[in-house]
Write a protein that binds this ligand. Structure first.
Ligand code: 4GX
Length: 274
């Protein structure tokens, strides 16, 4: 898949993409990422890419012309049928479902905004979709671009090894991950759940599913609502709830209890009141 990124900080992207599974996928040509810098298309001696906002106020706005010319260069290097996506906090939420959809596109052109944003006329004329990676304010679209590239590239055959791909299948299931352990068997007197050393793979599978269901119920109940459960899963979750109540859920608790909208099933809701 071909991904083009319009960014004022191409080195930020290139550096971050050089590591791990994504770095290898780029080396092997499974995914290609090209950066296009609006500053290379600025025409004045100062290579200006931004200007003051009409209507006044603090901050600067990215000008249309250098952005548009960088985007033209990106389009010329991209397969026909590529879609152009602007990354900004005012977009629709980017999630696993959108990543799956974008995997099938011939190419993806990402525009990373900076400053207070880009001139709206550029967005209206040139942008197919606007995506946000979450409800927080960042300093630019480069980190969101990296998030989007990573999530999509993982879905392209050849990016992950077969072992990693198998793991991925089980986690696109709308459940949170189960807990993982490795050696040593004891850390500060804390052991590993016995079933994991039993060699009983069916029992291990049931325990992991139960942990995933339980954690999702505790931390992201809306995911479980949307997904639904089989009869066997309901039984596993009921058993998890009984065991959790017995243990007062001390070890499955989320660290930051002040976070959340009050809908979670975490025990301590005292800090979530408005
Ligand atoms: N998910 N940012 C874009 C520039 C900007 C400012 C205002 C439009 C309006 C973000 C996010 C994000 C910071 C990228 C501001 N664009 N992008 N940038 N959250 O916060 O994607």
């Amino acid at each position: 898949m071909h991904i083009a990124v319009v960014t004022l900080f191409p080195s930020m992207l290139r550096e971050a993409l050089a590591h791990g599974v994504l770095g290898r996928a780029l080396e092997r040509g499974v995914v290609k990422v090209d950066c296009f810098d609006p500053r290379d298309h600025a025409v004045d001696v100062h290579r200006t890419v931004d200007d003051r906002p009409y209507g006044g106020g603090p901050g600067m706005v990215l000008k249309v012309e250098p952005l548009r010319d960088a985007l033209r260069a990106a389009r010329a290097a991209s397969p026909s049928g590529s879609r152009t996506v602007y990354l900004g906090a005012d977009g629709v939420r980017f999630d696993q479902q959108r990543a799956r959809e974008a995997r099938g596109w011939p190419g993806l052109i990402l525009v990373a905004g900076r400053y207070e944003g880009v001139d709206e006329r550029f967005v209206e004329r040139e942008i197919d979709e606007q995506w946000s990676i979450g409800d927080y304010v960042l300093s630019g679209g480069e980190l969101p671009a990296l998030v989007v590239i990573d999530a999509i590239a993982r879905l392209i055959p050849g990016t992950l090894g077969s072992a990693e791909s198998a793991v991925q299948e089980s986690f696109t299931d709308d459940l949170l991950d189960w807990p993982h352990y490795t050696r040593p068997a004891s850390v500060d007197g804390r052991g590993v759940p016995e079933v994991l050393s039993s060699g009983d793979h069916a029992a291990i599978g049931r325990w992991r599913l139960q942990q995933s269901l339980g954690r999702t119920w505790l931390r992201r109940p809306e995911l479980l609502e949307r997904r639904g459960m089989s009869g066997e899963e309901r039984i596993l979750l009921e058993e998890f709830k009984r065991a959790a109540a017995a243990r007062r859920m001390e070890d499955s608790r989320v660290i930051d209890e002040s976070y959340g909208e009050g809908e979670s099933n975490e025990q301590d809701h005292s800090a979530t009141e408005r």
